[in-house]
Design a protein around this ligand. Structure first.
Ligand code: NAP
Length: 244
């Protein structure tokens, strides 16, 4: 069997960590990325290396910085000619009124969530087009579909990610590359750890499924989407417990 290669951005914890471990268990060589949390990323690396046949490479870098993304892909090219799968997962949230948001906060949110997907997709697609195969999965949010009060900027960048998904799907379907997005609901990760116990309980009550999702549930769906027929492309697929 040919070795397959995946890059998961933001793989040190949460959804990215679960996706990285899932694909490693399924035999992929996983390129593990994060910006600063190297200790957590090394823990993921150790977990993969302890799996039978598990293989991975750490490629740290700020995926919101095009130079760092170009450097990451130079490192990837030392190991393989190109990726089979790119998962654009890295992201940060911002909660607060739009009128209180600074220029820097907006620039950082945009770079980490949307420019990151643009820069990584641009590099990955060059190789995928040559190979005439590949899969890109963008980890988006239900707020990108319906918008959220006090998360206007976050909603806007996730909408942008959905638009990028649909447009790239059309642009690269002739090259047999499928591009889809996952519109996540509330997933139990560090991103939501600022919520108090009372806020968590109230939020869970609003979700028809009555709970937050485990990141492993997102990873299982990511695996299914990556293994779906190539004809399924340009889709924004919800995993939100019936919330929206
Ligand atoms: P998380 O636990 O906070 O993990 C975020 C990951 O992204 C970390 O590995 C972080 O590493 C990395 N990251 C952030 N900015 C980066 C950058 N500029 N360059 C490289 N890595 C970067 O968050 P999560 O909940 O797993 O979220 C993952 C994705 O799912 C995000 O795109 C998020 O918007 C989306 N999402 C999450 C939820 C939810 O409820 N949790 C809902 C909808 C969508 P460093 O700390 O080292 O930078």
């Amino acid at each position: 069997m040919n070795q397959k290669y995946i890059l998961v951005t933001g793989a040190s914890r949460g959804i990215g960590r679960s996706i990285a471990l899932k694909f490693a268990r399924e035999g992929y060589h996983v390129f593990l990325n994060c910006r600063t949390s190297l200790n957590e990323l090394e823990e993921v690396q150790n977990k993969i290396l302890s799996m039978p046949g598990g293989s991975c490479t750490i490629t740290t870098g700020d995926v919101g910085d095009p130079d760092q993304v170009r450097r990451m892909f130079q490192e990837i090219h030392k190991i393989c000619p190109g990726l089979d799968v790119l998962v654009n997962n890295a992201g940060i949230s911002h909660i607060g009124l739009l009128i209180d948001m600074t220029d820097n906060e907006w620039d950082r949110l945009l770079a980490s969530n949307l420019s990151s997907a643009f820069y990584c997709s641009r590099e990955a697609l060059k190789d995928m087009v040559s190979a005439k195969s590949g899969r890109i999965l963008n980890i988006s949010s239900m707020w990108g579909t319906v918008g959220a009060s006090c998360e206007a900027a976050y909603s806007a960048v996730k909408s942008g990610m959905n638009g990028l998904t649909k447009a790239l799907a059309k642009e690269y379907a002739p090259s047999h590359i499928a591009v889809n997005a996952l519109a996540c609901g509330v997933i139990d990760t560090e991103m939501n750890h600022q919520l108090s116990a009372e806020e968590r309980a109230a939020l869970a009550e609003d979700i028809p499924a009555g709970r937050f999702a485990d990141p492993d549930e997102v990873a299982d769906l990511a695996w299914q989407i990556i293994n779906s027929p190539e004809y399924m492309t340009g889709q924004v697929i919800g995993i939100d417990g019936g919330y929206i």
